[in-house]
Write a protein that binds this ligand. Structure first.
Ligand SMILES: C[S@@+](CC[C@H](N)C(=O)[O-])C[C@H]1O[C@@H](n2cnc3c(N)ncnc32)[C@H](O)[C@@H]1O
Length: 359
């Protein structure tokens, strides 16, 4: 079973990260043979598919490389200046896997996948512009609402400053903050259904996570870095820039489960502000109990939303109906708006804007 999950995770990296694909494919074979990978993964045999054990393994191995504990393997990792030589990857991985079996087992057991991907700011920014403007229109206002952003499953909080990012469009215009240290090329097909000349005004932001990552520490930065596929240098550089931006504009992520935390924050409605509940690539990790409770908390707040204290839900999550591609979906209360705004890849870039009803 675990070997199958590793093989599926390897397949998920195809065309995008040959290094991770090869590591996971070799590890899947090793698991089937009962090799060192089986000892590393001992105790994780019954993990849910949604917890993606293969990506936890790849992240823990990458972390060994980043810590300088796996010199033979580091030669293959572009994140530390290496060059992949895929046919030799596994034999160069084995010394580190054997030496650090217990450490890897401990880390893989203690962590969840925490790819805190700043590229997701691009669909988030477009979605927030749409939400602020649509909520205003529905309330008969000329000026878009200011936004209070509440992120569930925020990890290190790297997506809590979408208004401080520069979004460089292919027609030469830049949205957001043109002076930002984090510059994204969103690779949009189409545009958000909004007036892009309006700036997004964020008047409050907060995030929670069951296992928040403190990006002000070396340990936190290493943890997030380990989940970036090491041969995707664009994403590697993007994460460095996002960490710099976070250092200049810190936001603490609260240690809390989504439903309780949301209930507390939604109890206080702010007049003339659109409250937006946001989550990206979180739902698959949430327990059934928290899913049910989260839905109930949101339904309760939605029933209390008014034209002067509107509420929105904005999510970027994979959808089974579209072959697990990632959809950006928006609901606004009391306006009764429910839209799928478009579809993209998991890391947020590229993205195609295409509005359809969200049933
Ligand atoms: C793959 S990360 C995504 C991080 C971030 N949303 C992003 O898009 O970059 C998923 C996160 O969801 C968090 N998580 C899972 N269940 C949760 C819950 N019930 N409440 C709060 N956070 C949760 C995990 O701890 C993890 O940090």
């Amino acid at each position: 079973m675990l070997a199958e999950l590793f093989a599926a995770a390897a397949h998920g990296c195809r065309d995008r990260s040959p290094l991770t694909q090869r590591l996971l494919a070799d590890a899947a074979d090793d698991l089937s043979r009962g090799g060192v990978t089986a000892r590393i993964m001992a105790g994780a045999e019954r993990d849910r598919e949604g917890s993606v054990p293969g990506l936890r393994f790849a992240g823990a191995v990458h972390r060994l490389v980043l810590e300088g504990r796996a010199p033979a393997l580091a030669k293959h990792y572009p994140s530390v200046g290496g060059q992949p030589d895929l046919p030799r990857l596994w034999e160069d991985a084995l010394p580190a896997l054997n030496e650090y079996t217990a450490l890897l087992r401990h880390r893989i057991g203690a962590t969840v996948v925490q790819t805190n991907e700043p590229g997701r700011c691009a669909p988030l920014y477009g979605g927030l512009l749409v939400a602020a403007q649509e909520a205003a229109k529905a309330a008969g206002r000329q000026v878009p609402f200011c936004v209070r952003l509440l992120e569930v499953g925020a990890s290190g909080g790297l997506n809590l400053r979408p208004h401080h990012v520069a979004y460089r469009l292919d027609d030469g215009t830049t949205l957001g903050d043109p002076g930002s240290t984090l510059v994204l090329d969103p690779e949009w097909t189409g545009r958000p259904p909004a007036d892009l000349t309006h700036r997004l005004r964020v008047v409050g932001r907060a995030g929670c996570d069951l296992q928040p990552v403190d990006v002000s520490t070396e340990d936190g930065r290493l943890h997030l870095s380990s989940f970036v596929w090491a041969d995707q240098l664009n994403r590697w550089n993007r994460l460095r820039d996002a960490l710099d931006l976070a250092a200049a504009d810190p936001v603490k992520v609260d240690r809390a489960a989504g439903p309780e935390w949301l209930a507390k924050h939604l109890a206080r409605a702010e007049r003339d502000v659109l409250t937006v509940v946001w989550h990206s690539v979180v739902w698959q990790y949430v327990s059934p109990a928290d899913r049910a409770m989260g839905r109930a908390v949101l339904a309760d707040a939605a029933a209390k939303a008014t034209p002067t204290t509107p509420l929105a839900l904005l999510v970027f999550e994979p959808r089974r109906e579209i072959d697990y591609r990632f959809a950006l979906m928006l609901k606004i209360w009391p306006a009764g708006i429910s839209l799928c705004l478009g579809v993209g890849v998991g890391h947020g870039i590229p993205f195609t804007w295409d509005v359809t009803p969200w049933e």
